[in-house]
Design a protein around this ligand. Structure first.
Ligand SMILES: Cc1cc2nc3c(=O)[nH]c(=O)nc-3n(C[C@H](O)[C@H](O)[C@H](O)COP(=O)(O)OP(=O)(O)OC[C@H]3O[C@@H](n4cnc5c(N)ncnc54)[C@H](O)[C@@H]3O)c2cc1C
Length: 102
């Protein structure tokens, strides 16, 4: 039996979250292992931080837990920092481990 392909999405910003959500919608269960990795467990709205800085809005309106944006039954969410992407052997070196991808 062929192993499921491993897809790793780096970054939980606009493009990473959009890509992960698109994959979770397009792919059937058991079609691929999808991992979304971000250095924080939240996504933040780049249009908001200046309001936190000047005190006109609360930080809770600037960020949202990534777990609220994706289906964690379909996507494995990892919070870590990327140190290196080794394209030649398809590995992402994290501060606390190594991820393989296809
Ligand atoms: C103040 C401001 C206002 C903006 N307003 C608009 C606007 O009105 N309209 C518009 O279209 N665009 C706007 N932009 C631009 C928009 O925010 C960017 O185009 C968009 O965020 C880019 O998306 P991205 O996913 O490529 O990167 P990002 O959204 O920056 O996401 C990158 C993610 O990767 C994570 N990350 C980075 N390095 C690592 C690492 N080593 N390990 C793990 N995780 C890591 C970051 O924490 C982040 O979550 C604005 C930007 C700023 C700064």
């Amino acid at each position: 039996m062929r192993a499921m392909p491993r897809v790793v999405v780096l970054g939980g910003g606009y493009s990473g979250v959009a890509t992960a959500k698109k994959l979770q919608k397009e792919l059937h269960f058991n079609e691929a292992y999808i991992t979304l990795l971000n250095c924080h467990d939240y996504h933040y709205f780049t249009t908001h931080p200046h309001m936190n800085g000047i005190g006109t809005d609360s930080i809770e309106h600037t960020r949202v837990a990534i777990s609220e944006l994706i289906d964690e039954f379909k996507i494995d969410l990892i919070t870590s920092n990327v140190r290196e992407i080794r394209l030649f052997d398809k590995k992402v070196v994290l501060q606390d481990g190594i991820l393989s991808y296809d």
